[in-house]
Design a protein around this ligand. Structure first.
Ligand code: NAG
Ligand code: NAG
Ligand code: NAG
Ligand code: NAG
Ligand code: NAG
Length: 730
């Protein structure tokens, strides 16, 4: 941090607060267009390859940070912004940023001539948030930033004791305020948020016109989840071609809150192997209002996630061609032949703008390498029960310029079924899915595979997801980890440098849920009200392994909840019912009764064996006799921590039934029941190794106050209700 800059900045703040009469009436800055720099930056963006671009960003950093003189009128920096996001739907607030290993520089363009507030938090509110407020003074055109924070238990903002944001430049035109500023990723200041790899809730607020220095209540505010340190991914590659895999006006009935739709697509006719290198979502959902379809904003679409699967070869091309011409099927009703479509090639979930693969890998498509047919599976979460005309799908980007390696996706985690239970009212409840050594021993080649990126996926109550890697008796560093999961924002995470994974290694997907907002147990399933715990692992070279999941065996599962026997079925039969594809892989078509019920109760996703849980009537032990299992589950004393801890531990550390699926839907290893593997867990040493060399400038303390500093300390920054930003300057 540049000391001189800060002192200058502090002086500005003090002067402004103290001398409101000092009106110099300097007209607002006119923006010189700075054509040279812009043109240069543009050229770099257009013609530089990604590597050059990345290097440029690193270089500009080295130069930029030697800047010594603070000059608020040098509004156009020559920085190339690696990222650019609209924080609101209208684009009234645009955030651009670029980071180095230790610091991050922002450019904030906001449609106001007053102040603009930006914040970082792990929650979607300002309690305990790191906040920064910036504005350009209408009187003299000087830009200013103020580092603030939200107290733990109050919705207001207070100026930090230590100012960790450094203003680079700022200006305003007739409509917008634009400021550039930077900070360290970790400022070593407890009043600031550490910007790291996890998902961050980025908060924003806009002040009314003219609110410079004395900052009244905001006019607008909001939040958006983002991962700020995500590496660049979209290549500037003009050789890219597109294949749109989308439904064609599917009519979604208003009676189903959860709908899985599957449709077959034929790959573009390519004479040689190409590589798929990325995809973007195509969201086109039109609710029927007054009998007419109305196109709505993406954020209101019921499309919850989409997966494109490659289908293994089937000699009966004629029938597959016919399917490719059809509209598709409701998941459970799809033809059984479609079960050979198991290898995921693209997995999109809401909040993602799409993905581009790392530069050294591509997924084969076209003759000699790719498949002929693909299956798109779209999950609609239509809790509002609208009738919708939907033509959503995925745009695949592919290229004839082959990458170094053929990659493939592997699904891992917990098999989707009602045997995955999260009790209500738990703050940190953990479940795990294992991809064990029996499977990797047979399916992974001797030279191993390299994992390049991971998409972690669960639903709304998940708070953390991590993908663990065990070799022998040792846990290796996490392959990927998200400690602040937000279901509204799912992007895959690059594994820096790749991770070598060998025969016999184990992958463990661990999910931690916060179910404090729920009154009943959450069961595993496809509906957004149910839960999942999955990782989609991108790796090379391709193998036959497509899916590697586990679940608790039925006998152990029910015994954990104190149940020994049901009327009419034995545990083997119960297990087989869960294993049969209708429960483990696809939701059951709701029966008329359930449908009526879900209409009456305003719909809770009721499938994946939940209905079956209601039909199982307990015979043994006598104290639970004649209750259904679901009723029993709902009556357990979940507020007893000893009970829930015991259940969590038994299911986590106990038996796991593992499934090892190949891309043609055959088994890579027999279904087995295994113990939780025995290994030394990684200790969480993050906090210990933090090195805080960074020093910042303290605002002068009150005790030594002269009249000027006193004013600075009464910068009590008040936020009324959540996110209402009000700053009072005296
Ligand atoms: C004002 O600045 C904003 C943000 O830089 C820009 O988008 C907008 O076009 C500018 N308006 C005018 C009239 O120059
Ligand atoms: C601020 O001023 C601009 C231009 O005069 C106007 O379009 C805009 O609506 C004003 N915003 C507010 C919040 O008053
Ligand atoms: C359970 O139900 C059976 C048959 O419906 C009945 O004979 C039996 O008495 C019931 N037992 C208890 C404990 O309610
Ligand atoms: C787990 O491994 C450790 C060290 O290798 C060993 O001491 C311990 O007995 C093992 N526990 C089980 C249950 O196998
Ligand atoms: C954890 O950190 C301490 C102190 O930095 C160090 O001595 C210890 O070796 C670390 N442990 C692990 C497992 O990395």
């Amino acid at each position: 941090m540049n000391l001189r800059t800060l002192l200058t900045l502090t002086a500005f703040l003090l002067c402004d607060a103290k001398l409101p009469g000092l009106k110099q009436n300097i007209p607002p800055n006119e923006l010189p267009s700075n054509p040279t720099q812009n043109a240069q930056a543009l050229r770099l963006l257009q013609f530089g390859s990604k590597n050059e671009k990345t290097k440029r960003i690193a270089d500009q950093y080295a130069v930029r940070h030697r800047r010594e003189v603070f000059d608020s009128k040098s509004y156009e920096s020559s920085l190339i912004w690696a990222h650019s996001e609209r924080l609101d739907e209208n684009g009234d607030v645009v955030l651009r940023w670029v980071n180095s290993d230790s610091s991050i520089t922002f450019r904030l363009e906001a449609k106001t001539r007053g102040y603009v507030g930006l914040g970082f938090n792990s929650a979607r509110n300002m309690r305990g948030a790191d906040l920064v407020v910036a504005w350009v003074d209408d009187r003299n055109g000087n830009a200013q930033v103020l580092d603030c924070h939200g107290p733990e238990f109050e919705d207001r903002a207070v100026a930090d004791e230590v100012q960790n944001y450094e203003l680079i430049s700022g200006y305003q035109n007739d409509t917008h305020t634009t400021v550039e500023f930077r900070r360290q990723l970790d400022t070593c200041d407890r009043q600031d948020f550490v910007i790291g790899e996890d998902t961050t809730q980025v908060l924003w607020s806009l002040g009314p016109n003219g609110s410079d220095g004395e900052l009244p209540k905001h006019v607008k505010s909001g939040s958006r989840p983002l991962r700020l340190l995500q590496p660049l991914s979209k290549p500037d590659d003009s050789s890219l071609m597109q294949w749109d895999v989308r439904l064609n006006g599917l009519n979604i009935p208003h009676v189903m809150a959860t709908l899985f739709w599957c449709k077959i697509f034929k790959a573009p006719d390519l004479p040689k192997k190409h590589h798929m290198v990325g995809y973007e979502p195509i969201i086109d959902s039109r609710p029927i209002k007054n009998g007419r379809p109305v196109l709505e904003k993406d954020s209101l679409s019921p499309v919850h996630h989409m997966v494109l699967y490659e289908c293994a070869d089937d000699p009966d091309v004629y029938v597959w061609n016919e399917w490719a011409k059809g509209d598709g099927f409701y998941g459970p009703n799809r033809p059984p032949e479609w079960s050979i479509c198991v290898t995921p090639v693209a997995a999109w979930a809401m909040g993602s703008k799409g993905e581009f693969l790392p530069e050294n890998v591509g997924i084969p498509i076209g003759k000699r390498g790719g498949a002929t047919f693909y299956m798109l599976e779209v999950h609609y979460d239509n809790q509002a029960l609208h009738e919708v005309l939907d033509s959503s799908g995925i745009r695949i980007h592919y290229t004839p310029q082959l990458r170094a390696h053929d990659a493939a996706l592997l699904g891992a985690g917990i098999g989707i079924s009602a045997l995955h239970v999260i009790p209500p009212k738990q703050r940190h409840y953990r479940t795990v899915g294992i991809c064990g050594s029996e499977c990797t021993n047979t399916m992974i080649p001797d030279e191993g595979i390299t994992i390049v990126s991971v998409l972690l996926h669960a639903h709304g109550t998940a708070k953390k997801i991590s993908l663990k890697h065990v070799r022998g008796n040792e846990e290796l560093p996490r392959v990927s980890e998200e400690n602040s999961y937000d279901v509204r924002y799912q992007q895959s995470r690059i594994v820096p440098g790749g991770r070598k994974f060998y025969k016999g290694d184990t992958l463990i997907t661990e999910c931690t849920y916060d179910s404090t907002s729920r009154d009943k147990s959450i069961l595993g399933g496809y509906s957004a009200m149910q839960e999942m715990c999955l990782s989609f692992v991108l790796y090379y070279p391709r193998t036959q392994l497509a899916g590697c999941y586990s679940m608790t065996p039925a006998k152990e599962f029910f015994e954990t909840f104190g149940v020994k026997e049901f009327y009419g079925v034995n545990m083997m039969q119960v297990e087989n019912i869960f294993l049969s594809s209708s429960y483990v892989e696809y939701p059951n078509l709701p029966t008329d009764n359930q449908r009526k019920e879900s209409e009456e109760t305003g719909m809770q996703g009721d499938d994946q064996g939940v209905g079956f849980m209601k039909e199982l009537v307990i015979k043994e032990p006598p104290e639970f006799r004649n209750k259904t299992f679901l009723a029993h589950l709902n009556e357990m004393p979940w507020s007893e921590p000893l009970l829930t801890e015991q259940i969590e531990k038994t299911l986590y550390r106990g038996m796991h039934m593992t499934f090892c699926k190949k891309s043609d839907d055959s088994w890579g290893a027999p279904v087995q029941i295994q113990n939780y593997p025995n290994f030394t867990e990684l200790t969480n040493n993050d906090t210990a190794e933090k090195s805080c060399h960074y020093k910042s400038v303290r605002l002068p303390s009150v005790t030594k106050a002269n009249s000027a500093t006193k004013i600075s300390m009464t910068w009590s920054v008040i936020l009324a209700a959540s996110m209402q930003l009000l700053i009072i300057a005296r």
